[in-house]
Ligand binder design. Sequence first.
Ligand code: PLP
Length: 389
Amino acid sequence: MNVAARMARLGTESAFEVLARAKALERQGRSIVHLEIGEPDFDTPAHIKEAAKQALDAGWTHYGPSAGLPELREAIAKHIAETRGVPVSPEEVVVTPGAKPIMFFTIMALVGSGDEVIYPNPGFPIYESVINFVGGVPKPIPLREDTGFGFDLALFEKSVSPRTRLIIINSPENPTGGVLDRGQLERIAAVAAARRIPVLADEIYRQFLYEGEFISFLGLPGMRELTVLLDGFSKSYAMTGWRLGYGVMPTSLAEHVTRLMVNSASCTASFIQMAGIAALQGDQTPVARMVAEFKRRRDLFVDGLNRLPGVRCARPRGAFYVFPNITGTGRPSSEVAERLLNEAGVAALSGTAFGQHGEGYLRFSYANSEENLRAALERMRPVFERLAR
Ligand code: PLP
């Protein structure tokens, strides 16, 4: 079939492509350590699964309101007030199947043809993909290793123009694990507030912060009415396959995002939303346990990577990714990632899967067992030794 021209502008998330290739190698009998996909290896906590089972039995199996069940929107509003210190109303919450649709819907609703969008690079690839899809003009801001993968603020300020319609930030960040500090966030907020530019603050990794305190964009001066906060259940509660996320935004935008839900998914699965209430209101110790375990794995993996020839890895403060510099190998990132998969059976992503400023880096997810992380380090050593020769 001939597809519409706009499809040529839609990108992808190569984690899913590498996963498919790694699975194909496994079907041929190869052993693969999966460090490509960003999902906790932990199981969803039992009380959340139980709530979903009960909801199914109680008949939460029908269509619900497009913006989400009032019970869940209320629970999310309360959760945001508690965790961000900013009171919000349930009318400002839109529930979606996973948090990803909030990116798609926000960009669809705010960005027209020729409008500019500022976003991090390397960054989550869907930002750039959707900006291009809607005919927007991508204005990537490089994240630099020497500043802990923070925004290049001088370049950021230069990139803002009268055509800037949206700024996207993600902290803690995928793929670098970088965290924007208060000074950086406040400067971004000051520019956005002065020019009345909306900010999509992707806070999906809020809980995965290993040092320092989390600062939400929503609470920064002037940002209450300009922020679209994105969060969800996938990462914090190990619920990637459930598909449950949300956005918190001014009601004037929530109306349009809800209409995009009406035109696409209709609503998020009702029994899954009921499980979401249990996640927010139930025992939070499984989250803390998982985060503590990830911190241990981060240290183990960063130390191991730094012992490999040609590799230099900063210790990220958040998320569950490391973004080692491999320029010491003298080879392009995509080639190194390819060789790690084929020669070592370790699935990782080329830094360029996250934009042009990812060249010279690889991304590994360390949301995997200690045993697998140690095995990956051992398997990769001969490849890096060969590359160093
Ligand atoms: N935002 C970032 C930065 C992510 O890395 C991801 C998932 O990988 C998401 C949002 C989307 O999460 P969800 O699974 O809830 O759609």
